[in-house]
Design a protein around this ligand. Structure first.
Ligand code: ZN
Length: 329
């Protein structure tokens, strides 16, 4: 038992050191005014390696990011040069692109791992956590409204892009990510006790989402578990990071607006997930998409958070206050 705990502490320290190295090399740490990612990562307790598009930095520091994006783009362009599109129609080009991509992947066999390769283009509006490299990637594409806006208040940005960053980070500790160590190797580094407690806590999230309906079709709480755990953890991390940030930078907290910064946080998160999806597509996604529909990605975690109840002064029986609150992280 004690040995297990020691092992876990050592592993956490190793992860923290890895993160510090990464942050230092990316000059994210200590950036005033816009170092949102650094703030959030530090807010969690330094446990992840980060490779980040840092366009949240001050303008004079953005060259770091531009160089990064340019490097990623040039690299991607080089890789795609031999791909030829022709007048073969959409399906024909789709198939030839699939052949090209399969060939590109097959040629990697036997070669050293390219740790710099992104699974998304810089213009993609998305982000991901890759357990086998223990890294998060935020392409430039997602760093725009409604996920991030320079004109928005810090609180709104913490709610919107902060939730995304916290989400990817939490993937490192969800039901799959937790099985990988700091180097991205498949190793169960948790004590059996911690593993058991995790499974119990996650079961609460599973049954919560089993209870949501799209039309008459219930969501699959098991299929969507990783993403729902990441949403709940991500929001909590982002909220805690915002509070830490506000304490250090009281001048950046908007006091006289219609909404408190805590309310702005939740409104920023909710607005960033506004979507409109046709019913047929919504039903299809229930069967195949590991992400819950946007509405439940907000209402689900929000209703587990006492922070939301406090921010809006909800009564105990209000629809957004769950009687049984789920908490994983
Ligand atoms: Zn995710």
């Amino acid at each position: 038992m004690e040995t297990n705990m020691m092992r876990q502490i050592q592993e956490m320290q190793r992860r923290a050191e890895e993160l510090q190295k990464q942050l230092a090399s990316m000059e994210v740490e200590g950036v005033a005014g816009g170092g949102l990612v650094g703030v959030i990562v530090n807010g969690l307790g330094d446990i992840q390696k980060v490779r980040i598009d840092a366009s949240l930095m001050k303008p004079e520091e953005q060259h770091v990011v531009e160089d990064l994006v340019a490097a990623a783009y040039a690299d991607g362009k080089k890789k795609l040069e031999s791909q030829r599109f022709q007048d073969a129609g959409f399906l024909g080009n789709l198939m030839s692109a699939a052949v090209f991509e399969s060939g590109r992947n097959l040629r990697k066999i036997g070669k050293p791992l390219d740790r710099a390769e992104w699974r998304m283009t810089p213009s993609t509006v998305n982000a991901y956590y890759n357990a086998s490299l223990n890294e998060m990637v935020f392409p430039a594409g997602i760093l725009q409204p409604p996920m991030y806006a320079r004109e928005a208040t810090d609180a709104v940005n913490f709610g919107a892009i902060g939730m995304v960053i916290g989400h990817e980070l939490t993937h490192g500790f969800d039901d799959r990510g937790r099985l990988f160590d700091a180097d991205g190797n498949l190793t169960d580094w948790w004590s059996p006790e911690a593993g058991k407690a995790f499974v119990e806590r996650a079961a609460c999230v599973k049954s919560q989402f089993d209870g949501y309906l799209v039309q008459a079709l219930p969501l699959d709480g098991a299929l969507t578990l990783s993403e729902n755990v990441a949403d709940l953890g991500g929001l909590k991390i982002a909220f805690a990071a915002m509070q830490a940030w506000a304490k250090e930078h009281p001048d950046r907290v908007v006091r006289d607006a219609r909404f408190t910064s805590e309310q702005q946080f939740f409104l920023g998160a909710a607005q960033s997930w506004c979507r409109n999806v046709r019913v047929a597509e919504a039903l299809r996604r229930v069967a195949v998409d590991p992400h819950s529909p946007a509405r439940f990605r907000i209402n689900g975690p929000f209703s587990n958070m006492p922070q939301l109840q406090a921010a809006f002064g909800c009564s105990a029986g209000a629809p957004m206050v769950r009687q049984t609150r789920c908490e994983v992280w």
